[in-house]
Design a protein around this ligand. Sequence first.
Ligand SMILES: NC(=O)c1ccc[n+]([C@@H]2O[C@H](COP(=O)([O-])OP(=O)(O)OC[C@H]3O[C@@H](n4cnc5c(N)ncnc54)[C@H](OP(=O)(O)O)[C@@H]3O)[C@@H](O)[C@H]2O)c1
Length: 208
Amino acid sequence: MKIGIIGSGNIGGNLGKHWAKAGHEVLFSSRHPETLTNLVNETEGNAKAVSVENAFEAKADVYLLATPFKAIDKLSELYAGEYGNNTIIDATNPYPERDGTMAQDVRDSNRNSSEYTAMKFNTAKTAKAFNTIRAEHLRDRAWRDTDKLAIPFAAQDADSQQKTQQLIEDIGFDAVYVGDLTKTDIMDPDQKLYGKSVNRQELEGMLN
Ligand SMILES: NC(=O)c1ccc[n+]([C@@H]2O[C@H](COP(=O)([O-])OP(=O)(O)OC[C@H]3O[C@@H](n4cnc5c(N)ncnc54)[C@H](OP(=O)(O)O)[C@@H]3O)[C@@H](O)[C@H]2O)c1
């Protein structure tokens, strides 16, 4: 798949490296792509650094959103028209202390954070994944054949579900489907699945 990484920090940088190693084409993006040279050099496989605008123009199959939550409004306003038929994997978390009142508003609303992203990027299909795992576990505990960590995920439709499951499994994690986007409240900050690094059996137990 062609994958656009929107925000190439702790989460986007490490996931992009894993996906390139797994054979995917990775476009790391940043508002300052010239700062991503080391990341690209450290990446095994097909990867380059581009601006956020160029990542959207490239019409990737999948975009990973790995910026602060507050960036979603502007990113979606600027690029909404580019998203037709793409999957957005939303790895963000709303933190009012970092993201301001818009994050508090989403937390206080009757819509969870993945539904907010889906509403903003409404020409794409949204999935939620990788927001519950700690960045160092994402970096260090991929690529296991046994004793795999389980990644919970949710998706808006069958195509985004299939792509997200594949991208979790391609890098040596187990994928555990939580349901559609209405079910992701348990993945949000301070909720049941947040920050839990557990295996499939343990994660499935937490869902029951
Ligand atoms: N760290 C964790 O353990 C962890 C775990 C799960 C989920 N998350 C969530 O994943 C997201 C990313 O976290 P992170 O730890 O990877 O953060 P990070 O290391 O700070 O990386 C975020 C990247 O987003 C870009 N960015 C910042 N502000 C932006 C804006 N307004 N518009 C567009 N791009 C912007 C920055 O690149 P430029 O400034 O170069 O554009 C930066 O490299 C957050 O929502 C976080 O809550 C984090």
